[in-house]
Design a protein. Structure first.
Length: 296
């Protein structure tokens, strides 16, 4: 069994598609099919049922999947450990980050990092924070810089770097802008709002504040892209909650009678995987720029 065949097997299992697996692996679809056929021949069993265009794991495929993950993780850990012996900082570093952090927090850090370590091939992937958690768990990325989950996971080490203050905002011509402050949460609930996606950590933080007061939000639009929320808020589709750094200019901050809303931002790594020298150097760069880092 070769690792390339196992990688192809997991890609097809994850995407339930040979064509999407080929895109993920940067291969042709016939190449992926050949690797799967080779693996099935070696194991003398079928791993996928192909019913029309639908792909599903067989019982043997379900049994192989966790073993394949462990084999590839062990191979990658071994490769990193051996590469680390040289002390050199180079090779491929997979890094996931959210769009907001990637645009507003990381650029100066990555600029200094890439200049200091030109032999590192940085594979930067923009992902929602919630998906990035899963990517680190699955070993698809080595490190993620994201909004941290309110619920710690034992398999991940999460280190807080920054506290992002969230502001209640609206357009200058919104009815809320003409009301004297401080406004109550109940007053906000009388108007539509545009908020981060329902499955995001940030949405959960905002919703919990209103639920604690026994209130229900009127969410007219939800999206994971904060720049889009800013635009929707600016054109008058509702008030919103955005990071402080996005408020200047087109929006005004509302004075609301509630304690400050803050979300933790930081980095994630897997607790049971060997980190490359490239990742360790990036962690040093992040912690030197962060504010009062602490493990979670």
């Amino acid at each position: 069994m070769d690792t390339q065949s196992l990688q192809a097997f997991l890609a097809v299992a994850d995407t339930q598609s040979f064509s999407r697996a080929a895109e993920r692996l940067h291969l042709t679809q016939p190449a992926v099919s050949k690797r799967i056929a080779t693996l099935e021949s070696q194991l003398e069993t079928r791993l996928f049922d192909r019913i029309g265009r639908r792909i599903a794991l067989t019982e043997a495929g379900h049994l192989l999947r966790p073993q394949a993950v462990r084999i590839l993780e062990a191979m990658e850990d071994s490769r990193r450990a051996l590469a680390n012996l040289s002390g050199q900082v180079g090779g491929r570093l997979t890094l996931a980050t959210s769009h907001h952090i990637g645009l507003h927090r990381l650029p100066p850090i990555l600029k200094r990092y890439t200049r200091a370590h030109p032999d590192v091939a940085l594979d930067l992937r923009f992902q929602d924070s919630e998906l990035a958690y899963q990517s680190v768990l699955d070993g698809q990325v080595e490190i993620a810089v994201v909004t941290l989950s309110p619920t710690p996971l034992t398999a991940l080490s999460a280190v807080e770097l920054w506290r992002d203050r969230l502001c209640f905002v609206c357009a200058p011509d919104h009815p809320l802008a003409r009301l004297p402050g401080p406004l109550s949460l109940d007053t906000l609930c009388a108007f539509d709002c545009v908020l981060p996606g329902f499955q995001t950590f940030t949405h959960a933080l905002i919703q919990r504040r209103f639920e604690q007061a026994g209130l229900v939000l009127q969410v007219s639009v939800a999206t994971n892209y904060l720049e889009t929320l800013k635009m929707l808020c600016n054109v008058g589709l509702g008030w919103s909650v955005l990071p402080q750094g996005m408020v200047e200019g087109e929006l005004i901050e509302l004075e609301v009678d509630t304690p400050p809303l803050e979300r933790p931002l930081g980095y994630l790594v897997h607790t049971r995987r060997t980190l490359s020298n490239a990742a360790l150097e990036l962690i040093d760069a992040l912690e030197s720029q962060g504010q009062a880092p602490k493990a979670r």
